[in-house]
Write a protein of this length. Structure first.
Length: 256
């Protein structure tokens, strides 16, 4: 199976996917690392925003970049907020990666929302990992979606955090669930309550960052390479919005 890793930042998830591909029993190979952030873009402290080119060169993998901010600026926009332009961007992405014969796209901290040109060309073949248990629902909708799920999970008083790998669909974080990680226990310092976290912004930030780091290590970095390996082995199938594992329906994916 030929995999393209899409990333916009440090690439820790991408690195784990690449490393798993180098093991003897790997069912896939990473043929491309694609990014929407130029290699020379720096943050406020002068550090590279994206390490895609560094990782590609380290492992001898092809590298492609279409900088999304350049794309928007060339069209008179100072930010990438106008999603009406995103399909045009994704058409360029599809054209750029077409020569690589990609079977699966793995999003590893890729910060651009995907639209129809990409989703339709690789329908059911784009995966992501999300820092929450996507099987948890409220009023018939997935409860922990979006970019603040670790914070929201902790503030809701949940005892555990989990990571979920899933198929990418048009509605963000609502594709079919593939694998859910083992629980990562929420640990608050002695005397710290959820109510205090709500009131203390700095304390909340530190607690959330600590749990995000733990969840990445014990959640993302476990379920994501496993998910890609299992896809390459042909163990997953999709039908009617349901995931099948080894021929058996798994509406909420595989829970480790």
């Amino acid at each position: 199976m030929r995999v393209a890793c899409f990333m916009s930042g440090s690439g820790t998830n991408t690195r784990r996917i690449v490393e798993r591909s180098l093991e003897k029993d790997a069912s896939y190979t990473v043929v491309l690392i694609f990014t929407d952030v130029r290699d020379d873009r720096l943050d406020e402290e002068g550090n590279k925003i994206c390490r895609a080119k560094d990782i590609a060169e380290e492992y001898g993998i092809a590298y492609e970049c279409i900088d999304i901010l350049d794309f928007y600026w060339e069209r008179g926009h100072s930010s990438k907020r106008d999603l009406s332009l995103r399909p045009d961007f994704d058409r360029l992405v599809v054209k750029r990666i077409e020569p690589y014969g990609v079977d699966l796209i793995v999003l590893g901290g890729y910060m651009s929302i995907q639209t129809a040109p990409l989703l339709e060309r690789y329908e059911g073949r784009i995966v992501n990992v999300h820092p929450a248990d996507l099987s948890i629902a409220k009023d018939g909708e997935r409860k922990y979606v979006g970019i603040h799920t670790v914070r929201d999970t902790i503030l809701d008083g949940e005892k555990f955090l989990r990571s979920s790998s899933h198929i990418v669909r048009e509605k963000v974080d609502h594709g079919e669930i593939l694998v859910i990680s083992k629980p990562v226990t929420v640990r608050l310092p002695p005397g710290v309550t959820v109510d205090r976290l709500r009131d203390d912004k700095e304390l909340r930030r530190r607690i959330v960052e600590e749990h995000q780091d733990r969840l990445k290590r014990d959640g993302d970095w476990v379920v994501y390479p496993l998910t890609v390996q299992m896809i390459g082995e042909g163990r997953f199938a999709l039908g009617g919005g349901i995931v099948y594992l080894d021929g058996k329906p798994m509406p909420n994916g595989l829970r480790l």
